[in-house]
Design a protein around this ligand. Structure first.
Ligand code: AMP
Ligand code: ZN
Length: 134
């Protein structure tokens, strides 16, 4: 039995409700859904997070998430979509196998942004841009 839950799902040892399967990715319903149809997209090959994944693997997961988003929109008549991808504990990741959350959205569905919206300090924005780009 794999120690990784999502590898267990890929291997069929742990049941899942499959939404889409490609040669390299699997999409299945999240069992603690934020909204109706909340789906996770994972690469079949174990990789930890965005920083450990190579760009091709990440792009493959993103392309599959796009397919899933379109399927959910057309089948569930959702009005919008929110994509989340958490990496590492500080980034709110709890299952350490790369995954994207594809969450169908409706107006007034009760979900809210996990951060407070406030204007940034101009000097801090300039300083961080300099640090990122120098
Ligand atoms: P994250 O917090 O981004 O690492 O998300 C992990 C997600 O995996 C959570 O939304 C969980 O509800 C979901 N999850 C955990 N175990 C399972 C499982 N066996 N089948 C489907 N989803 C799961
Ligand atoms: Zn895994």
């Amino acid at each position: 039995m794999s120690e990784c839950i999502f590898c267990g799902i890929v291997g069929g040892e742990i049941p899942s409700r499959k939404v889409l399967e490609t040669d390299s990715c699997l999409a299945f319903l999240d069992i603690f859904p934020a909204n109706r149809g909340h789906t996770l997209v994972i690469p079949k090959r174990h990789v930890l997070d965005i920083h450990e994944a190579d760009a091709d693997t990440y792009a493959d997961v993103a392309a599959t998430a796009k397919k899933v988003a379109d399927i959910l929109q057309s089948k569930l008549n959702s009005e919008g979509t929110t994509i989340f991808q958490m990496s590492r504990e500080a980034g709110w990741q709890t299952v350490f196998h790369l995954h994207m959350h594809v969450i169908p959205r409706w107006s007034n569905d009760g979900l809210h942004k996990p951060w407070d919206i406030a204007p940034g300090n101009e000097a801090e924005l300039d300083q961080v841009l300099q640090q990122i780009t120098k």
